[in-house]
Design a protein around this ligand. Structure first.
Ligand code: NCD
Length: 293
């Protein structure tokens, strides 16, 4: 039984297959490869893109999807998360797609070995399908099959971001240079090159990944005034000038704090391409997890 807790659960060979399958699916929708499969989505945190993207991906491959809304489930009546999960697993789905505020929840449930667990976002620790779709979007953009020695700057609330955590692990494994740009309270503690200002490094980057300030994860407000923060960290046309840099963001975008209205319309900004690619990449991931292993 294979789980997806983070991208290091996949071998490089599997990642290559996922990238190739996603590319093939994007050219032509495949047959209903998962027609006899049933997945349950269990989202304890809000989601727009990830949940619908998984559902679209599963349905494009012919799988059925059941959604359990935890706010209406018995976790509300005092049932533990483990018990809820064991009850769902007793119905013998082919996998459970879970999002939770705690870093270790997907791993804890996977250790029960009852059904494949697919992590759709856990705390600030991991969001593997986002990292893989970001990787795919970069490969597609640069029309290449390797991103070795390309440099990505991750900008914003890095310390709170599971997108950044998973991205950093995947991109460095794939030979990319990752640099971090954030004010001190948003900067994680690791060995990567760090900058407080994007202007100091922008001339040596191929990709900028902007991140949302995750206010809901801050125990106390970090900035009084996000307009002040935006002056330094919002990705604007003035900051990008005419540099040929790919601009990504996992969404939801806080307009004019993360990225300016004008840059969101710029051809270098590929936020909607990421969303579009997310479906094909998740189709390839579901195929890999539910069919190929
Ligand atoms: C992110 C998430 O929830 O991890 N969004 C996403 O899944 N694309 C990032 C965020 O909420 O800022």
């Amino acid at each position: 039984m294979q789980h997806l807790i983070d991208t290091n659960d996949f071998t490089e060979e599997q990642i290559k297959t996922i990238m190739e399958d996603a590319k093939t699916f994007k050219k032509k929708m495949p047959k209903k490869l998962l027609a006899d499969k049933l997945l349950i989505t269990l989202f304890f945190e809000s989601s727009t893109r990830t949940r619908s993207s998984f559902e679209v991906a599963a349905k494009r491959l012919g799988a059925s999807v059941i959604h359990l809304d935890p706010s209406k489930s018995s976790t509300n009546k005092g049932e533990s998360l483990e018990d809820t999960f064991e009850n769902l697993a007793a119905m013998e789905p082919d996998g459970v797609i879970i999002r939770h505020e705690f870093n270790n929840t997907p791993k804890k449930l996977a250790n029960k070995e009852l059904t494949p667990i697919i992590n759709a976002g856990a705390g600030n620790y991991a969001h593997p399908t986002q990292a893989l779709l970001d990787y795919f979007t970069m490969l597609e953009h640069f029309k290449t099959d390797t991103l070795k020695n390309r440099t990505i700057a991750i900008v914003g609330d890095i310390v709170s971001s599971r997108v950044a955590s998973s991205g950093i692990r995947l991109f460095t494994r794939m030979g990319m240079n990752v640099v971090l740009v954030a004010p001190k309270p948003f900067m994680p503690d690791n060995d990567l090159p760090k900058y407080e200002s994007l202007d100091d490094v922008i001339d040596s980057v191929d990709i900028v990944m902007s991140l949302r300030a995750q206010l809901e994860r801050h125990k106390a407000p970090i900035f009084e005034d996000y307009d002040e923060y935006a002056k330094e960290y919002c990705i604007t046309k003035e900051r990008m000038r005419n540099r040929d840099i790919l601009l990504l963001h996992p969404g939801p975008v806080m307009r004019n704090i993360d990225i300016s209205d004008e840059m969101l319309k710029d051809r270098r900004c590929q936020v909607l391409a990421q969303v579009r690619n997310g479906v094909f990449v998740r189709m390839a991931i579901l195929k890999e997890l539910l069919l190929d292993s």
